[in-house]
Design a protein around this ligand. Structure first.
Ligand SMILES: Nc1ncnc2c1ncn2[C@@H]1O[C@H](COP(=O)(O)OP(=O)(O)O)[C@@H](O)[C@H]1O
Ligand SMILES: [Mg+2]
Length: 282
């Protein structure tokens, strides 16, 4: 397996006491990973948790655009050694901070293992100041995603009903599973988020199919974390450059994300014991 990812294991195995990490991943581009990561982070923040949202889509970051923010300093500046990590933080609303990634920059889009280790260590230190860290991964399984998965308390795998997206979602779960077995790591089984589903029934049917295959070949049973309908509200929130859960809290997709956030709070280590901050008015 990848030597770059290997370099991080020392850090990843440490399991320090800071905020828990949620990794949002998925096999394909365009399936809704950033939409889910952004809105999950915003929902947790609205619930009074202090959240750090991290854009791991290095070189193609778009969370700052979805939030209507300029990103004068990015994770790439930190990786280049030009900035401290906390200099790159943007305020993205009550209880919500963003570490943006550059968009359209090739440089450092694939950091080497030493730089990646430095990033994980710096995030670990920053996480002390937050209740939850939510990371938006690039499509597929690269060394960055593996490194963060090794540290994650919960991983979400976003897919759509498109057969190729579903196949790629299985590919991600399988790659994570193989990687963890090779290293005797106990990685959490990713939860499935079915986006652009026509109905709960369709989402449940897709979940049954995928989890059946996972159970048979990997001895893992991913649960259905959430399903989101195709929704004009989601498209509009992107145009408005505001998270859906803020702009349209009553939307079906918002309510699905808030339910997911509430359940994660119950299972993420230590979060429910932390005091809540002032919740943001809806
Ligand atoms: N449930 C949804 N309904 C309608 N449009 C959606 C939905 N989820 C995502 N989209 C749209 O699909 C596009 C890709 O979503 P994005 O979250 O950026 O995907 P990814 O991060 O996986 O590449 C965006 O334009 C987004 O607004
Ligand atoms: Mg994305």
């Amino acid at each position: 397996m990848n030597r770059q990812a290997d370099g991080l294991l020392g850090v990843a195995l440490g399991r320090p006491s800071g905020a828990p990490w949620v990794l949002v991943t998925g096999g394909k581009g365009g399936v809704g990973k950033s939409t889910v990561a952004l809105n999950l982070a915003a929902a947790l923040a609205q619930g009074g948790r202090r959240v750090l949202l991290v854009d791991l889509d290095l070189g193609l970051g778009n969370l700052h655009v979805m939030l209507g923010l300029e990103s004068p300093r990015t994770l790439e500046d930190f990786l280049a050694g030009d900035r401290e990590l906390d200099d790159c933080i943007l305020e993205a609303g009550a209880n919500l901070d963003l570490l943006p990634a550059a968009n359209g920059s090739h440089e450092l889009a694939r950091p080497d293992s030493a730089r990646r280790r430095r990033l994980v260590e710096a995030l670990e230190a920053l996480a002390e100041h937050y209740d939850v860290l939510v990371a938006d991964a690039p499509a597929g399984i690269g060394p960055d995603t593996l490194a963060f998965a090794a540290r994650a308390d919960v991983a979400l795998c976003v897919t759509t009903p498109d057969p190729t997206a579903l196949t790629d979602a299985y590919g991600v779960i399988k790659a994570l599973d193989l990687w963890s077995k090779e290293r005797n790591l106990s990685l959490p089984t990713p939860e499935l988020v079915v986006n652009l589903a026509a109905s709960l029934e369709e989402a449940e049917a897709l979940h049954r199919r995928l989890s059946g295959v996972c159970e048979r070949f990997l001895a893992r049973r991913p649960r259905l974390g959430a399903w989101l309908p195709r929704s004009r509200d989601v498209e509009q929130s992107v145009l408005l450059q505001a998270p859906l859960v803020r702009a349209q809290p009553a939307s079906l997709a918002s309510r699905a994300i808030v339910r997911l956030a509430d359940r994660l709070l119950a299972i993420l280590p230590g979060v429910d014991q932390r005091p809540r901050r002032q919740a943001q008015p809806a």
